[in-house]
Design a protein around this ligand. Structure first.
Ligand code: SF4
Length: 327
């Protein structure tokens, strides 16, 4: 159904809307109106905190309202929908697909002019068979970094000159190399892409879905991603740096924000890590003192060579007899 809500045409994909959903959408619209009113600093106003019981259709209400708002106000920035888990992300994408399908029914193909994609960790997006087989997130990240490191890429380039194909370079990732070859020209058709859709597309095109999505989020109208991509400074500076300041940011289940922030800024150390770190520090200390010793020896040799050279020319003739017995 479609209906007018305080002057805004809302596209809602179900035949009924609960009064709680209407109330929720009205509050949300009020916050957006304040944030996007002419002359208002978006950093100063427009925040809102809304609560609704589980199972009352909060996600669809929110997505219907915000996408309708974007449609009515094309200057409004992208929607960044932050979730905590993959099932929540999948649920959000499912509802968004329903909203946009309904819009296409009402407005024709133009109603579907939306690009939405999900971004999750490499563990959930990788399509490289050997890397995907790694046991956990850290290991998948590490295995991917090894295959995309600059020295591996240099090796790929070197071997390519000798006519060796990327898939013949054991340490490389063909999906990453193929994506890098396309670079900023990599584009995907308008549509709503969940994690499985992106993996399927990655396989079809031969591009890494993870890096493809990191590139496409700058072009997307809706991004659904983990809290960490916005809250964890280590990741946010790489992923979300270029996103516009007039974006609409939604934290689903926002009571988790403090835990996510604590996790992002904490590190866990076990005895094995401490032992390895101590061994590394000892190793470093040894290397530094070896270097110092070899520098000292080199300097002394230099000095002695210099003195001998000067003595040989007679320049040191009268100085303490240094040059007398040399040469
Ligand atoms: S570049 Fe992409 S496909 Fe290749 S290993 Fe990394 S995450 Fe997997």
């Amino acid at each position: 159904m479609k209906f007018l809500l305080d002057g805004l045409q809302v596209y809602f994909p179900y035949p009924y809307v609960y009064s709680e959903q209407l109330k929720y959408m009205r509050e949300l619209k009020r916050a957006l109106d304040v944030a996007f009113a002419p002359g208002v600093s978006t950093t100063a106003k427009g925040h809102c905190m809304l609560e609704m019981p589980t199972g009352t259709g909060k996600t669809v209400a929110l997505l219907s309202l915000i996408t309708s708002y974007q449609l009515a106000h094309p200057t409004v920035g992208k929607l960044m929908y932050c979730t905590r888990t993959v099932p929540e992300m999948t649920k959000c994408v499912g509802e968004l697909k329903r909203v946009i399908e309904y819009r296409v029914k009402e407005l024709g193909p133009e109603g579907g002019n939306v690009l939405a994609c999900c971004l999750s960790s490499r563990r959930n997006m990788c399509i490289h068979e050997r890397v995907m087989a790694e046991a956990d997130r850290e290991q998948v990240d590490a295995a991917c970094r090894k295959r995309t490191a600059p020295w591996v890429r240099e090796k790929v380039a070197e071997r390519a000159k000798a006519g060796v194909r990327v898939d013949e370079v054991e340490e490389a990732c063909t999906y990453f190399e193929a994506f890098e070859r396309v670079g900023t020209d990599a584009a995907i058709p308008m549509g709503i892409y969940g994690l499985d859709d992106l993996k399927k597309l990655g396989k079809e095109k031969g591009w890494c879905p993870y890096f493809l999505t990191r590139h496409c989020i700058n072009l997307a109208d809706v991004i659904v991603y983990n809290y960490q991509y916005l809250l964890d400074p280590k990741i946010a500076t790489m992923v979300s740096r270029e996103l516009e300041s007039d974006s609409i940011v939604v934290f689903d289940e926002a009571h988790n924000i403090d835990n996510v922030c604590i996790e992002a800024l904490s590190i866990t150390l076990d005895k094995r890590m401490l032992d390895t770190s101590l061994a590394n520090i000892d190793n470093l200390k040894r290397q530094v003192s070896n270097l110092k010793e070899s520098d000292r020896r080199r300097l002394t040799d230099e000095y002695e060579r210099l003195v001998r050279g000067l003595a040989g020319t007679g320049a040191l003739g009268g100085v303490g007899g240094v040059g007398v017995g040399v040469g």
